[in-house]
Design a protein around this ligand. Structure first.
Ligand SMILES: [Fe+2]
Ligand SMILES: [Fe+2]
Length: 288
């Protein structure tokens, strides 16, 4: 099976993860310049279950902002359409993909989400430090960067297994094992899916290029942030005293983020508390 066949197969899968209706609607509305604050607010408020969670998220320390946001319209006015979309997409994607909590060989959904949440929180922190705007874009990018892994696991189990075994036997990263064993990567699958979900180009590119950075990316700085956050999460989440392997980091990223990279062990404990509260918010606890 080549990569085109795999993507074609993806198109034909009926139960391919779809974004919940509300997230699709919000994405669509944001592509339309005529969308008004009222229209967006009304659409979100139709889903009464999500409203308090959006408010809690935008007011949280790990995603949020200093001001106290008390309603969806207040959030839209104060934070803007894009931030509200990021909140809706973040909440609904975790809801849609974390239902099945059982761990199967090689894939543990709880671990998957705790890694993704860590990358989200670290990305947001880095964005603030290097004064990139807006920080919630990097949170959502971090949260979604590995989404293709879930699809690979759920719909191409034979390929997933091959990769997982090879990674273990040859002591490779999942991505390197993918390149060695199968004609596609989780980054490509995730990017493809993100496009189907009509996410903004900058997020699609973060998902697609987070391992193989491309200058063609819609927002190269955002991509760099998530790339670095992924590497930091991989070494510091399992061992808070570990040393960063700078050779894994793309040279441009190393250059832009040198001060943050050299001081990770100083700032990581504070970020790690935020990661914990983010995991609690999204109901992801892996006992680590
Ligand atoms: Fe990845
Ligand atoms: Fe990752």
């Amino acid at each position: 099976m080549d990569s085109k066949t795999i993507l074609k197969k993806l198109d034909l899968i009926d139960d391919l993860p779809t974004l919940p209706f509300i997230a699709m609607e919000v994405n669509k509305m944001l592509q339309d310049y005529d969308t008004s604050i009222n229209k967006l607010t009304q659409t979100i408020e139709k889903d009464q279950a999500i409203v308090p969670r959006i408010l809690k998220l935008v007011n949280s320390a790990f995603f949020g902002f200093q001001s106290k946001i008390s309603s969806i319209s207040h959030a839209v006015v104060l934070l803007g359409f894009n931030t509200v979309r990021n909140a809706v997409v973040s909440i609904s994607i975790i809801d849609a993909f974390s239902g099945d909590k059982k761990a199967l060989e090689g894939f543990d959904i709880t671990r998957f989400w705790s890694h993704s949440i860590a990358v989200a929180v670290i990305s947001r922190h880095l964005t603030e430090k290097i004064r990139l705007q807006p920080p919630d874009d990097s949170f959502t990018g971090g949260l979604l960067h590995d989404i293709g892994k879930i699809v690979l696991f759920q719909h191409f189990q034979d390929l997933f297994k091959k990769v997982w075994i090879s990674a273990k036997e040859n002591n490779l990263s999942f991505y390197d094992a993918e390149k060695k064993e199968i004609p596609i990567t989780h980054a490509r699958i995730g990017g493809y899916l993100a496009k189907k979900w009509q996410l903004p180009e900058s997020l699609i590119d973060v998902i697609r290029y987070h391992h193989a950075l491309s200058k063609r990316a819609n927002d190269f700085n955002l991509l760099i942030v998530v790339h670095v956050a992924d590497i930091i999460a991989n070494s510091f989440m399992s061992d808070s005293k570990s040393k960063l392997d700078f050779s894994l980091i793309y040279p441009d990223a190393l250059h832009i983020m040198k001060p943050q990279l050299e001081t990770v062990s100083d700032w990581f404990p504070e970020v790690s508390t935020k990661i914990e509260s983010a995991c609690q918010f999204f109901n992801i606890n892996d006992g680590n």
